[in-house]
Ligand binder design. Structure first.
Ligand SMILES: [Fe+2]
Ligand SMILES: [Fe+2]
Length: 347
């Protein structure tokens, strides 16, 4: 977008002077009100806000919080499934699962890079994750007890993620929206491989069918919680929708997910563990039973079955990777233009 002044670069065609003036404290450029009005108009016109554009501090902070939480969820989300790589029942299943886990770290990397465009470093983001000051999705604090959990996660957890993330492809912040386009394509592969895995188990031996059903029974409710608290209790929803970061409310997205899953469960020959699930002709969707928000709050507060295990593993992985980061930084310094110049002078 070009209508909102830059606060850092001064390269925007209409706002460079204003941005420079604001950054240096000079007078004469548009004031905060004018910048805000231009920002609001750009959002209303469905233009993308780009890193160099002026944006309200609260918009920036909201994006950092949401994008960091998303990035953290991608890399923590590798753990429950990586747990099954060595025990996958065939080479084909192992290859699919490895590709999926690798995709998730890739999603994390896109999202950390996108978050860095808002002026926060990756070190800072990881430090906040490791010290508990930023969160990741509470779904990853549940254990993966059987092989069928890999299928249930793909079908339900990646399915819920897609439902949440497809509207984010139209998010007002450019780098986040563009990252989501690619992420959603890969999530869709994850959802399908999970469905196909559950289908194979469901049509297999009675024991395999029971294993698939048990996994769906355990993952169904936590998947519904992935959409966040009910609309009336969602702290950030209204402002995020006004800024066009979010396009649909938590409850609307949850409803969409339930409506997609019910016929898919029937196709799988599995049941969803909710006696309250029934078609509501009037609203053209399924009603579902009450969600246990006490459980959600408990997991969010760190008291889920695997919170401690997940964060400890993440901290250990970070410490064990220190030598890789140091080596990469040394290599980059050696091959930077400045280092090349110094070599040329010495020669
Ligand atoms: Fe992902
Ligand atoms: Fe995924």
């Amino acid at each position: 977008m070009a209508t909102v002044a830059s606060s850092t670069s001064g390269t925007s065609s209409t706002g460079g002077t204003a941005g420079a003036a604001r950054a240096t404290g000079e007078t004469g450029g548009p004031g905060e009100d004018a910048l805000l009005a231009a920002f609001d108009a750009a959002v209303a016109a469905e233009e993308r806000i780009e890193p160099r554009d002026w944006m309200p501090d609260a918009y920036r902070a909201t994006l950092v919080r949401q994008m960091a939480q998303h990035a953290h969820s991608e890399i923590i989300g590798m753990q429950p499934e990586a747990n099954w790589i060595t025990r996958a029942p065939s080479l084909r299943r192992k290859a699919i699962l490895m590709a999926k886990v690798q995709d998730e770290v890739g999603h994390g990397l896109y999202l950390y890079s996108a978050t860095e465009t808002l002026g926060t470093s990756r070190d800072e983001l990881l430090d906040k994750l490791h010290s508990g000051r930023q969160k990741y999705s509470s779904i990853f604090n549940y254990p993966t007890l059987t092989w069928a959990d890999v299928g249930a996660i793909g079908w339900l957890v990646d399915g819920a993620a897609i439902t949440n993330q497809v509207p984010l492809c139209r998010c007002s912040y450019g780098p986040y929206a563009r990252a989501m386009v690619r992420v959603c394509k890969e999530e869709s592969f994850h959802q399908r491989q999970g469905f196909e895995l559950l289908m194979a188990l469901s049509k297999g031996t009675p024991e395999q069918h029971a294993m698939a059903q048990d996994a769906v029974d355990r993952w169904w409710w936590p998947s519904l919680m992935m959409f966040g608290p009910p609309d009336g209790e969602s702290a950030h929803s209204a402002q995020s929708m006004a800024w066009r970061i979010k396009r649909f409310s938590n409850d609307d997205l949850r409803q969409r997910f339930v409506d997609i899953c019910v016929p898919q469960a029937e196709a799988l020959g599995l049941t969803l563990p909710d006696p309250g699930l029934r078609w509501n002709e009037e609203k053209g969707g399924y009603d579902h039973g009450p969600i246990d928000w006490t459980e959600f709050q408990q997991v969010l507060r760190g008291n889920g079955p695997c919170n401690e295990e997940r964060i400890t593993r993440r901290r250990t992985a970070h410490e064990e990777g220190a030598w890789v980061r140091e080596a990469a930084a040394a290599y980059a310094a050696k091959h930077s233009p400045a280092a090349a110049d110094a070599t040329a002078v010495a020669a």
